[in-house]
Design a protein around this ligand. Structure first.
Ligand SMILES: [Mg+2]
Length: 478
């Protein structure tokens, strides 16, 4: 059975070291936020994923764009505190497309930063460091160097939640794959994974592992010796043998797909080899594969490494008119090969991070509460352990995204234990477009708006910020 944690309802948990339990317990002891007069708790809870609401709310788009009457007039608030709500922004297709910023995104961010509204950037992008992504975002938005606090320490990538995994897990030997494996390894090392191996390490440790060497000195040129003096050179003459392996035989404990690779062929080969192996030893094949008396017909039932996928987005938006394939496309290819190898007899078992994973939303939610509470915006989940927080509770978090399958679905399904509502807002600047075949998104947002600026206007008005307008946001929110 496909294990798409946690959206498929499995009880499996990620290897957490850091947890937001203390934080949630504290919030649960505080007063329950009152039902909002504009879009109340019960109303929104009951309306999620209902066509009726999406149909109704799409009509609100035009109102947020019409604002000339409020030009230069500061918006009034009614029983309102800017600290009681927050935003989670997807990046690609929301704040920019390719190298082009969405008009008004920069000014809007300046305005909400000036108001001390809490926000994070919650993207399924990956394969780079959070700081590098923040720098890239600032550059594409045209922010000046002295405005780095607008983006600094707010980026949550698809693999960022791995920062919070338990230390004992981080001591395991993990295979890290991605678009830039050496960069992924350095990030994994910084997260605390001290025994991270790349596919390049493996093909340099065993030149029989992969029969094609045309990329060995280019894409796969960077490699390191295997950790702890381990070797991948030896393999039993009979791959099905259950004889003891050499003491220095490499064992992979987890496979972490950071993002979609550039050499799909090599990564599919190596991941396949590990998933059919005995206990994560390359060059072995489990004799349990195909055993119909075992779960999943014996496949992935012999101590093979867990497979973790950092995001499942099939496509993403660039400046090119047709959507581009993302990590989800690589997973689909891997599933296709797996189906062929197992003759359709087994599901590919894996765990998923990134939107719409609940774990990713839990991580973002805790960051919104914790980091802004202590004045620390560390990207590390572990660094803030045990810190006392005094932030006011967040009543609502607005998830602004362009992808119904990830951004909208994840927000709709997320129910934080502290009672905060996550409200989904879909923008038209990204992957989703209304077509003759698809009148509405499969996962219905609370509202569909033209762009991220309209999204913020809609949210502010929903929070009782009278007079919130595009002009006000674009002129600095003063
Ligand atoms: Mg997007």
């Amino acid at each position: 059975m496909l294990r798409l944690w946690p959206c498929a309802g499995t009880t499996a948990r990620p290897p957490l070291g850091w947890a937001a339990t203390t934080l949630r317990r504290r919030l649960l002891t505080q007063a329950e936020p009152s039902c909002h007069r504009r879009l109340g708790r019960d109303q929104r809870r009951g309306s999620r994923n209902t066509p009726q609401l999406a149909e109704r709310t799409t009509t609100t788009t035009a109102t947020s764009s019409s604002s000339s009457s409020s030009l230069g007039k500061p918006p009034a608030t009614r029983d309102h505190a800017f600290s009681s709500f927050a935003f989670a922004f997807d990046i690609d297709g929301v704040l920019y497309r390719g190298g082009q910023a969405i008009p008004g995104a920069r000014e809007m961010l300046r305005s909400i930063r000036r108001k001390d509204i809490r926000y994070v950037f919650l993207t399924n992008g990956g394969g780079t460091h959070e700081t590098a992504k923040a720098d890239s975002l600032a550059k594409r938005l045209g922010l000046s160097p002295d405005e780095e606090d607008v983006v600094r320490d707010r980026v949550i990538l698809s693999h960022t939640p791995m920062r919070g995994w338990a230390d004992e897990v981080k001591q395991q030997t993990v295979l890290v794959t991605g678009s830039h494996p050496e960069t992924a390894r350095r990030i994994a090392n910084e997260y605390g994974f001290s025994r991270a191996v790349t596919p390049a390490d493996l093909i340099h440790a065993n030149d029989k592992l992969y029969p094609f060497d045309n990329l060995k000195e280019t894409l796969h040129a960077e490699f390191r010796p295997l950790p702890d003096g381990k070797s991948a050179a030896g393999a039993p003459a009979d791959p099905y043998s259950r004889d003891l392996l050499a003491a220095d035989a490499l064992k992979i404990d987890k496979i972490l797909v950071w993002n979609d690779p550039r050499d799909w062929s090599l990564d599919i080969q190596v991941i396949h080899d590990l998933l059919v192996s005995r206990g994560g030893h390359l060059g072995t094949v489990s004799d349990r594969n195909g055993d119909r008396s075992l779960p999943n017909n014996g496949w992935q039932q012999d101590g093979q490494p867990e497979l973790w996928i950092s995001n499942l987005d099939l496509v993403w938006k660039t400046e090119f008119p047709v959507n581009r394939f993302g990590t989800g496309a690589f997973v689909a290819a891997l599933q296709g090969v797996w189906a062929a190898v197992t003759n359709g007899g087994a599901e590919l078992q894996y765990q998923a991070l990134g939107k719409p994973s609940r774990f990713t939303y839990e991580y973002a939610h805790a960051r919104l509460v914790r980091d802004h509470a202590v004045g620390s915006t560390s990207t590390s989940g572990s660094e803030s352990r045990g810190k006392d927080t005094t932030a006011p509770p967040i009543k609502r978090v607005y998830m602004i995204g362009d992808n119904p399958e990830s951004d909208i679905r994840g927000a709709n399904e997320f129910r934080p234990e502290d009672g905060t509502e996550w409200v989904s807002v879909l923008v038209r600047t990204g992957v989703w477009r209304q077509t003759a075949a698809e009148k509405g998104p499969r996962y219905k947002p609370a509202v569909i708006v033209d762009d991220v600026v309209d999204a913020i206007v809609w949210a502010l008005r929903n929070e009782g910020v009278d007079g919130a307008s595009r002009d006000w946001l674009l002129e600095g929110g003063q």
